[in-house]
Design a protein around this ligand. Structure first.
Ligand SMILES: O=C(O)CCC(=O)C(=O)O
Ligand SMILES: [Fe+2]
Length: 322
């Protein structure tokens, strides 16, 4: 169940391909979804106990419950959910989600089979990874101006990591847990845009924790990519893409994961990745979810104890950013 030759060809030619139905909802996605339901339950109980909520909203389905909790508590829920540390303000108790379900997703054999086709037999799980559970934008409190919550501006993934990884063969893997539609904020890509140079990105400003390619550098040929749970988008690191705003009444939930050949720079040298699959030394693959979580917890402790390193390579003073 890996990519067919024509799918591989599309990936090479267009810079992206969607493998329809690569994952099975019950087997591959439901466990991680259940893990987040339990996490939300836990947070709602905690914030209720702390007086930040008038109710735990436990009678609501996940999406509606999340929206109710966010709106009433104003808490930075996205950092509790995310599977990475933030790029600034890391403290000893910065929350993140390091559940077993997520670790299994990172090691999902169907994802690794495709990763192996594209990056080769030694597959490293790159630590640039996120979960994005996005409420309808009109319901998002104004202070949550963040690409884990709102639409994501046009960018290339190479543009959001350090130059050390410009030559690394990093594969982006984007998969929805709930349907991703044009209304609720699916991705949009520019076919063939992986071919040129890395484009100039500009810090977005407005307290928006993003970098963006200026609009005049974006082609008109933009292709929205609606996807069903089970579909997986594979993208070249240079493919220009964004996500659309969620103008629907439902949440939009995705994971974005990355893989590169073992030994190549990840672009976030302070964050821990792991060997997900090795054909030459199978015993070096990390299979213990606890050990994975420990690597992130140790990283958090050491980054909290020093000035946070710089993750952004772009300068707001660049002429293209005026
Ligand atoms: O899901 C999104 O909003 C953006 C995802 C993205 O930029 C990525 O996966 O590289
Ligand atoms: Fe991206």
């Amino acid at each position: 169940m890996s990519l067919s030759l024509s799918e591989l060809h599309q990936f090479e030619d267009q810079g992206f391909v969607v493998a329809r139905g690569l994952l099975d909802y019950e087997r591959d996605l439901r466990p991680v979804q259940a893990e987040y339901e339990a996490l939300l339950d836990c947070l709602a109980e905690q914030w209720y106990a702390e007086g930040k909520l008038s109710s735990t909203f436990s009678d609501l389905p996940f999406g509606e419950r999340l929206v109710a909790v966010i709106r009433e508590s104003g808490q930075a829920y996205y950092q509790y959910f995310d599977i990475s540390l933030p790029q600034t303000g890391i403290e000893g108790d910065t929350p993140m989600h390091l559940g077993e379900g997520v670790f299994h997703l990172l090691r999902n054999p169907r994802l690794l089979d495709v990763a192996e086709q594209i990056v080769g037999p030694e597959v490293y799980s790159n630590p640039v990874q996120h979960v994005r559970i996005k409420p309808p934008e009109r319901l998002v409190p104004a202070h949550m101006n963040n690409a884990l919550v709102l639409r994501t501006d046009w960018h290339q993934d190479t543009g959001v990591i350090l130059p050390e990884a410009d030559e690394s063969n990093i594969l982006t893997v984007w998969l929805p847990v709930t349907r991703a539609t044009v209304e609720n904020g699916c991705l949009a890509v520019i076919p063939g845009s992986h071919r040129g140079e890395l484009r100039t990105h500009c810090p977005a400003g407005n307290g928006r924790n993003q970098v963006a390619i200026p609009a005049e550098l974006i082609e008109a040929e933009q292709m929205p990519v609606p996807m069903e749970p089970g579909d997986v988008l594979f993208m070249n690191r240079q493919t220009v893409h964004c996500s659309l705003p969620n103008v629907s009444d439902e949440i939009r939930w995705s994971f974005d994961l990355r893989y590169n050949p073992v030994g190549q720079a990840t672009g976030r040298p302070w964050f821990p990745g792991f060997i997900a699959r090795s054909r030459s030394h199978p015993e070096t693959a990390l299979t213990d979810a606890r050990a994975w979580g420990d690597r992130w917890r140790e990283t958090r402790a050491s980054l909290a104890a020093r000035a946070n390193p710089a993750f952004n390579r772009w300068d707001a003073a660049h002429p293209a950013c005026a």
